[in-house]
Design a protein around this ligand. Structure first.
Ligand SMILES: *[C@@H]1O[C@H](CO)[C@@H](O)[C@H](O)[C@H]1NC(C)=O
Ligand SMILES: *[C@@H]1O[C@H](CO)[C@@H](O)[C@H](O)[C@H]1NC(C)=O
Ligand SMILES: *[C@@H]1O[C@H](CO)[C@@H](O)[C@H](O)[C@H]1NC(C)=O
Ligand SMILES: *[C@@H]1O[C@H](CO)[C@@H](O)[C@H](O)[C@H]1NC(C)=O
Ligand SMILES: CC(=O)N[C@H]1CO[C@H](CO)[C@@H](O)[C@@H]1O
Length: 885
């Protein structure tokens, strides 16, 4: 720093912190004193102005020395520690002697009283002064130099007007003092205003003044100050004066090497300040980005920083999900890819609310209609995002709060707060800009906020300015919504009106069950309870006079189906009638889909006999038929039913088999236990055959394999001979064989094959392995799922004895059921029970003849054998008996 024309402050190179300063006064010369402001504590003193040429001398040195390396000598050190010496530009005393330069320019006089004639340096100063005088340079110019005295302005009467008058145009300036990293004192040019400027948008750690007058720095205050000082102090800069709230001037300093505001943030010397970010003209998002980068790198003031979502997986932090419901005006329920539902709160906004009223006391209080703008907010969101895919970026998780007796804050469960966007539009920002929500204000160091917080604030400022929504001076819109659900009398009066109306618009406000809904009728501004006509939907559990009634199977599925399709959607309804409780009954259509039909088609409801009279009866019945026939969509609801019927309507004649091989397509090979083990059976025959071959080994290579031929093959797993059939000759080295007594296949070189001795041909003993497949179950199409089933089968039944019953013939092989020999449990059924396979109904003609599956499932549920459980033939018999009865 240049203190005056004849004094400077120097610093060494920083080593692990700001280096100490040292003041050097130039010896032997004198320059004019700069203007001084009278201390404010002493009102009787007056400001002193610049001495002529004092400022010119300062500027001369400033331009020459600031930021440059100098070399100095100390000639005198006073008792008070002040040092006098010579200063040279550069690293040694061969550089420009700046005292000489000043004198040469006529900006300094020489102190001749101390000069000793024998010192050549001092003599030279005198010579230079004489020359300057002679050529009338600087202060030696005629006229006294009063025009070199600045008209310094320390006080600005109306700083706000002053800032406004600058119109945010860059002003040339010199930074005269750095108070802390983000507050500077600047001399504005060319009019010499001295102003204190706070950097817009940021704050560095400061030096707190204690009661005893000492200053205590916050952590990193000294480092931040040094950072700004070493870059800006006494530099030529431009300043944009941006705003002046409460007499404080906010501005941005522009320096050719970059802007200090962004640098301070990036280096972790400053944090963003919400209230002053708004005026930052160079783009607030850059400031947040700078801060974010410092936080991520945990530099300086962020060394202990932990991000609010630090311990979340990336996939939980950002994902795309489908909006299933809009809750009030600040939350949504979304369906994740996994099928799970999750409630997401919009970060940093507060929905419309009523302050301090006894709203809870009013039983009929319905926030959505009664809180001003809540309905508008909900509708705005609903129309924009219901049923759509949105991008969710989790910003923070708000911990659960418990309400204590002393606290008025209600208890909240943990909340996931996120920025939700659709097509690049931030929903929270859109809500705020419409005046349908306000922005939450935070403590400065509170990180639990939207990642787009500044945009929210800006949107709010716009909404306030334009008097939108909550900020409007107009009367609040009122929604007089008549709730006639459960009001039999009112409903009765309303019925003919709705019947005549034909198709009416409605919004589904609530789904009680698969077929019971609450509707908002916008034209009629009323709420009704609506029951779907023509179907019987499984009932959920409910409280009855006699106690809790358990839910019927698939009631939850039906409800989920209805919710997914219609909740909060715009639908059309046709009211046909009304029940005793004042609930309307009718048909509901959404985008060409008839909900009653859709439920039946998806096997989640049955056609009700009352539907016969309706014009939708045919569609309903064929929907039901379709649900039954659609192979891949057979509801597991019906699976036990089919199994039972399968077991019941057939003739069972189990025989013992030995399972030798399971194929990848879920076929399997068995040997018959009776024929296999008897005298002259396979075991005996093979032993004899091998003994014979051992006595007369075949000549290796003498056998030429031909497709379809029977032969013997040396099995690679045990090196023994087995009977085989050639399935394919790819090359002499690759012959595909099928082991006819076991069902396995192998590719072997023809050298491992030989002619089958005639005594052991299939005329003597037929091929022992027989191929079968499972009856009544579907082979999974998915390869992985199928591999799982095959693994499980290999584990459970390969090389074990089972009981087998042929159920019916098939295209490639008979379809059978297998039982474990010991437990007599059905193998296929146990796969169904484990959920590994689905029941196959398509091929069973005799089952398709049954008229009404919904009727059957109903009977089954009544008979209380509604389970995948351990039923066997006797169960089936009992069931058949009851069913016939
Ligand atoms: C040294 O320089 C400073 C700054 O110009 C000045 O205030 C001070 O009086 C000088 N000291 C002496 C002893 O000349
Ligand atoms: C601020 O400085 C950065 C570099 O530090 C630069 O990229 C950016 O353009 C500057 N902005 C302005 C408005 O000067
Ligand atoms: C989600 O964000 C990605 C990129 O940020 C964008 O490509 C995509 O279109 C967005 N999806 C939605 C539904 O807004
Ligand atoms: C089967 O082939 C292997 C190797 O090719 C041989 O070691 C083994 O002796 C053969 N087995 C018989 C029974 O010939
Ligand atoms: C009249 C009408 O909208 N009928 C529809 C009922 O729903 C089924 C499917 O769910 C549609 O195919 C019909 O067109």
């Amino acid at each position: 720093m240049v203190l005056s024309g004849c004094a400077i402050i120097v610093r060494g190179q920083p080593r692990g912190g700001p280096p100490p300063e040292r003041q050097i006064n130039l010896s032997n010369i004198r320059t004019g004193a700069l203007a001084r402001r009278a201390p404010q504590s002493q009102p009787d003193q007056k400001d002193t102005p610049d001495e002529p040429y004092a400022f010119q001398a300062r500027e001369f040195l400033r331009k020459m020395l600031i930021g440059k390396e100098v070399c100095f000598t100390v000639e005198v050190k006073t008792a008070l520690g002040r040092e006098y010496g010579m200063v040279y530009l550069g690293r040694d005393t061969t550089g420009e002697n700046i005292a000489e330069s000043l004198v040469n320019e006529g900006l300094a006089t020489v102190r001749r009283e101390g000069i000793r004639g024998n010192n050549p340096d001092q003599a030279r100063l005198c010579d230079l002064e004489d020359q300057a005088k002679a050529s009338k340079k600087g202060m030696w110019t005629e006229g006294g130099g009063t025009n070199t005295v600045r008209d310094l302005k320390y006080i600005i009467e109306n700083p706000r007007n002053f800032v406004d008058s600058m119109h945010q145009k860059p002003v040339n300036a010199v930074i005269e003092h750095v108070r802390d990293g983000s507050v500077v004192r600047a001399l504005l040019l060319p009019d010499y205003y001295l102003v204190t400027v706070m950097l817009s948008g940021v704050k560095c750690p400061t030096f707190k003044r204690e009661a005893d007058g000492t200053e205590s720095p916050e952590p990193f205050a000294a480092e931040a100050k040094f950072f700004t000082e070493s870059r800006l102090l006494q530099r030529d800069v431009q300043i944009i004066l941006e705003s002046c709230p409460n007499q404080v001037i906010l501005g941005t300093v522009l320096h050719p090497n970059g802007n200090i505001t962004e640098l301070l943030l990036k280096e972790g010397f400053a944090r963003c300040v919400d209230w002053s970010m708004a005026v930052y003209t160079q783009g607030a998002e850059k400031l947040r980005a700078g801060e974010k980068s410092a936080k991520e790198r945990k530099v300086r003031i962020w060394k202990d920083y932990v991000a609010p979502t630090a311990n979340m997986d990336q996939k939980d932090r950002q994902f795309v999900a489908k909006v299933m419901q809009v809750v009030n005006a600040d939350a949504v329920v979304v369906k994740l890819n996994s099928g799970e539902y999750k409630t997401i709160h919009l970060s940093s906004i507060r929905p419309p609310r009523i302050e301090g009223e006894n709203k809870d006391k009013d039983k009929r209080f319905r926030p959505i209609y009664d809180i001003p703008y809540m309905f508008e907010a909900r509708e705005f969101m609903r129309k924009k995002i219901i049923g759509k895919k949105v991008n969710v970026t989790v910003d923070y998780i708000r911990a659960a709060t418990s309400s204590s007796e002393t606290s008025t804050i209600p208890a909240f469960a943990e909340r996931t707060c996120a920025t939700v966007t659709i097509g690049g539009i931030n929903i929270a920002e859109a809500l705020v800009s419409k005046g349908f929500a306000t922005v939450i204000r935070y403590r400065q160091d509170d990180d639990q906020r939207s990642s787009h917080y500044d945009e929210l604030l800006a949107a709010e400022a716009r909404a306030i300015k334009n008097g939108k929504g909550l900020h409007s001076k107009k009367e609040v819109p009122i929604h007089r919504v008549a709730d006639i659900s459960g009001e039999t009398q009112k409903a009765k009066q309303f019925l003919p009106f709705l019947q005549r109306a034909g198709r009416s618009e409605a919004v589904v406000e609530y789904v009680f069950s698969g077929s019971r809904l609450k509707l908002y009728m916008p034209k009629e501004t009323c709420l009704i309870t609506f029951l779907l006509a023509g179907i019987e939907c499984p009932r959920g559990s409910r409280n009855m006079p006699g106690g809790m009634q358990v839910a019927e199977p698939f009631s939850d599925e039906a409800m989920a189906f209805t919710k997914e399709l219609v909740l909060q959607r715009e639908v059309e309804v046709e009211v046909e009638s009304m029940d005793k409780a004042g609930n309307f009954i009718g048909w509901l259509h959404i985008e060409g889909v008839n909900l009653s039909v859709a439920l039946v088609e998806n096997a989640l409801s049955k056609v009700h006999f009352t539907a016969e009279r309706s014009s939708y009866y045919k569609t309903l019945v064929s929907g039901e038929e379709a649900s039954r026939l659609r192979k891949d969509k057979v509801s597991p609801q019906f699976a036990p039913c089919f199994c039972l019927l399968a077991f019941w309507e057939r003739t069972a004649n189990y025989r013992a088999v030995y399972v030798t091989e399971i194929t990848d397509t879920m076929h399997f090979y068995t040997q018959d236990m009776e024929t296999g083990l008897c005298v002259g059976g396979l075991e005996n025959l093979m032993e004899t055959m091998r003994a014979e071959i051992a006595a007369q080994p075949p000549v290796e290579g003498s056998y030429a394999a031909r497709r379809g031929d029977y032969c013997i093959a040396n099995f690679s797993a045990d090196g023994e001979w087995y009977r085989a059939r050639v399935e394919k000759v790819q090359s002499p080295a690759k012959v595909h064989v099928f082991y006819i007594d076991y069902g396995n296949r192998e590719i072997v070189p023809s050298t491992r094959l030989a002619v089958i001795p005639p005594a052991f041909s299939i005329r003597t003993l037929a091929a022992q392995a027989t191929e079968y497949t499972f009856a009544y179950i579907q082979v999974p199409q998915d390869e992985d799922a199928r591999a799982d089933v095959v693994d499980s089968l290999v584990r459970d039944i390969q090389n074990t004895q089972c009981l087998l019953n042929v159920e019916h013939s098939g295209v490639t092989c008979p379809h059978v059921t297998l039982q474990f020999a010991d437990s007599k449990d059905d193998v296929g059924l146990s796969l169904v029970k484990e959920g590994m396979v689905m029941v196959d109904v398509r091929k069973e003609k005799h089952l398709q003849k049954m008229r009404s599956w919904s009727f059957l499932s109903h009977v089954l549920s009544q008979l209380n054998i509604w389970r995948y459980g351990d039923f066997r033939d006797d169960d089936a018999d009992e069931f058949g008996y009851k069913l016939k009865k």
